[in-house]
Design a protein around this ligand. Structure first.
Ligand SMILES: [Zn+2]
Ligand SMILES: [Zn+2]
Length: 328
């Protein structure tokens, strides 16, 4: 129904290229058949030169006011599908298939990122999603769905030039997609991670599509460090040689961005990790300590690939914690 309404409106438009922001929040209640669109608040109409019009859903925008100075939004840059064996590793299909629906042996992943704005007008991204620069082959292999695009969201509701820092959990293609679009931003990743992306090997080359040399304005972090007054990173390795988890603490509220150490709530169980992890025992060791900390200190945990539960609070036993979904 939404698509019909929007297309009808768009057909009245002029024939030259245009882009019109629209607010969709008032119609979300009628979209009960599609959980992705249910959460969408904003979109825009796009028309190319020949006026084949389409609606582009820009994003859902879920906000947490950390303090008077810091606002964190959880944004989504679309979805893609990954081979189920790569995503679930040693977990038997008999177990994961109870929760996940497979399509041709693949499962659908979200790309959830954090967009942090400060009262001085500058902003920070934690990861930059899958982006929009891929050819048809890539789009087909990974079944990329771009209902959402973080760059378009920030262009319409903020200022891409205000993004000064992109803290990348690691440099796999689904985490650096928009890095190059934010011209004033520096990419903050571990020195070991830049090195791993630069010297790709037979195992890693499929996931490091953007070579480190293509990332301009880099800041190489050496280990676990404080980045600014309210953000620090913990170098975990495990998934990649320089993977890091990002911790935000502002106004007494705390957020933990797990990256691919715990990509979804399903992966909270201690032995569950992706088959892509280069050092699984390190993943498990850090996961254990980080989950303990998240339970103890009441962190809001962000699961960057979770379609159903991008954010949750954990409780119970660290080896198999309970979680309650939160809308931040
Ligand atoms: Zn990864
Ligand atoms: Zn990933």
């Amino acid at each position: 129904m939404l698509r019909f309404m929007v297309r009808s409106f768009a057909s009245l438009a002029i024939s030259s290229a245009y882009s019109i922001p629209i607010g969709l929040s008032s119609v979300t209640s009628i979209l009960d058949e599609d959980t992705i669109i249910e959460r969408v608040c904003y979109g825009y109409l796009k028309c190319n030169a020949t006026c084949s019009t389409e609606i582009v859903i820009v994003n859902y925008s879920i906000t947490l006011n950390m303090s008077d100075d810091v606002v964190v939004k959880l944004l989504n840059d679309g979805y893609f599908s990954l081979d189920a064996g790569a995503y679930f590793g040693v977990v038997p299909k008999a177990i994961w298939s109870r929760k996940f629906q497979e399509i041709d042996n693949t499962v659908r992943l979200a790309t959830n990122v954090l967009y942090i704005t400060e009262s001085d007008g500058t902003s920070i991204l934690v990861d930059s999603g899958i982006g929009n620069k891929f050819d048809d082959k890539f789009r087909k292999i990974y079944r990329v769905e771009k209902q959402s695009d973080i760059y378009e969201y920030i262009r319409l509701h903020g200022d891409p030039n205000s993004v000064r820092m992109i803290i990348n959990s690691h440099l796999h293609f689904d985490h650096v997609g928009h890095n190059a679009d934010f011209k004033n931003a520096y990419a903050y990743a571990q020195a070991d991670e830049f090195k791993a992306a630069r010297y790709r090997n037979y195992i890693t080359k499929a996931n490091y599509r953007l070579s480190a040399s293509q990332i301009k304005n880099k800041v190489e972090i050496g280990g676990s460090k404080r980045i600014n007054g309210f953000i620090r990173v913990i170098k975990t390795d495990g998934h990649t040689p320089g993977h890091q988890v990002i911790l935000i603490n502002a106004g007494g509220r705390k957020i933990m961005y797990f990256g691919d150490i715990v990509p979804s709530t399903f992966h909270l169980k201690l032995p569950y990790r992706t088959a892509i992890d280069l050092d699984p025992l390190k993943t498990i060791e850090f996961k254990k300590n980080l989950v303990k900390m998240a339970i103890r200190e009441n962190y809001i945990c962000i699961f960057n690939h979770d379609v159903e539960t991008p954010a949750a609070i954990l409780s119970g036993d660290y080896s198999d914690p309970k979680y309650v979904k939160v809308d931040i």
